[in-house]
Design a protein. Structure first.
Length: 316
């Protein structure tokens, strides 16, 4: 299974997610390889304690080394194909052969996790094109969610399976959009909430994923739950730890039916819970098709989220 981890903007926590998810899957007994496909700003190796590595994905793409001979072994047993830190080496890289090399890895490993470039440019789109499934990493803030919507729409145009959203750096404060609000405007399930945790920052400084040295920390537990969702070993009883706050009851029930309903049906189930007078005039699942454009879509997104935040603040 080739899974690309993408984000609409930089700084969302994509590389942290790739490193921790990879190690967590390895600890579950899976054969895992993580690949740094962020050609121009590679740093996955630094997250994993790889400082000196003469052979990188860049050399593989230049046909200087075969891909299976270019992997490094992390202390967890996970294999790593880092990218070069050199700006010069990153120049004139052709992405034509990346699919072929990743398909080779896909035949050797249970999971190939791709850390992609942020945004919607060629590097990011290449990671989407070669993936079997997509994980979208975003933060609970309006600009990040708006950018996530753009990359979700592009992935859908490529007919890719979007596994879900990883909501990273969650403070669980009242000014943050609720999980169900994010799911409603993106039409994609949030399958993990990673809390803001100082252990993550310390683990990055230590060049060791938080799931390795601080596995009992809140963030590590969330990453392990994410890995269980990816493998299908997730138990529904753990849901309250992920979906906290006002929306926990609603989404614990929604998760029970999500295996049987499409994302559109799931969204309709959430909307149908509101009284008719409250939903009158609101079309969170349809307005993008009706108005046809990202500017209208983003405008409606902002209005919906801000309205819900004001309603919650008034209730308090």
């Amino acid at each position: 299974m080739i899974i690309s981890i993408v984000s609409g903007k930089g700084g969302a926590g994509k590389t942290t997610t790739a490193a921790n998810l990879g190690v967590a899957l390895q600890k579950l007994g899976k054969k895992v390889c993580v690949v740094d496909a962020n050609i121009t700003t590679s740093n996955l190796g630094l997250h994993l304690g790889l400082v000196h590595y003469p052979v990188t994905l860049h050399e593989v793409l230049k046909n200087r080394f075969p891909v299976l001979d270019s992997l490094y072994i992390h202390e967890s047993g996970m294999r790593v194909l880092p990218g070069s830190l050199s700006l010069e080496v990153s120049k004139n890289i052709r992405l034509d052969s990346i699919r072929r090399n990743l398909e080779i890895l896909g035949r050797k490993f249970d999971y190939v996790i791709i850390d992609s470039a942020p945004g919607i440019e060629k590097e990011a789109m290449t990671a989407i094109e070669v993936a079997e499934e997509i994980l979208v990493v975003t933060n609970p803030e309006l600009p990040a969610i708006t950018d996530a919507i753009k990359i979700i729409e592009l992935a859908k145009k490529e007919r890719k399976t979007i596994k879900g959203i990883v909501l990273n750096k969650v403070f669980d404060r009242r000014f943050e959009p609720l999980t169900e609000e994010i799911e409603s405007v993106t039409n994609v399930p949030v399958i993990a909430e990673i809390p803001f945790d100082m252990n993550v920052l310390e683990s990055i400084a230590d060049k060791s994923p938080v799931v390795s040295g601080r596995r009992n920390s809140p963030a590590a537990k969330a990453f392990f739950r994410l890995s269980e969702r990816i493998t299908g070993d997730y138990e529904e009883a753990a849901a309250p730890d992920i979906f906290s706050g006002i929306g926990s009851l609603i989404f614990s029930q929604l998760r029970k039916i999500s295996d049987y309903l499409s994302a559109k049906s799931a969204r309709s189930a959430v909307v149908s819970k509101e009284p008719e007078e409250k939903t009158k005039g609101k079309t969170p699942s349809r307005f993008r098709e009706e108005k046809g454009g990202f500017s209208d879509f983003e405008s409606e997104l902002k209005k919906q989220i801000l309205k819900k935040l004001r309603e919650r603040e008034s209730a308090e």
